[in-house]
Design a binder for this molecule. Sequence first.
Ligand code: ZN
Length: 129
Amino acid sequence: MEKMKCTECGKPGRALVCRKCYVVVVARANAKLAGAPGVATYVEAKAHAAALAECERTGDALRTFPRGPMGLVTDEARANPEYEAARAAASRAFGTLRTFNAWYVKTFKAEIAAAHAARCKRAAPAVAE
Ligand SMILES: [Zn+2]
């Protein structure tokens, strides 16, 4: 029982994954669920968030289709398969961004708050653990 080794760092212990590595393993698994496999740190997540925000701009393509007086896309545009494709792509991108953001703001709450505080030139709030 004492002869087990952590599958992550190889240190001998009493479990398949040591306590220290467990935190990282869980963080990585949650990131994967959030659609960001391989992302484990705030810096990586921040870069991923920026890339997704750029992706979400696929929604801009939707604004190129003609609209009627009420601001709705015209029936002719709706019948256009290109419109349907653009709408589906935008919807997918938005869903991906939303799923990722929910995880991102929850996981890096302290880091995001600190970055915001620094931008606002205020002291970073004390982080309660
Ligand atoms: Zn370990």
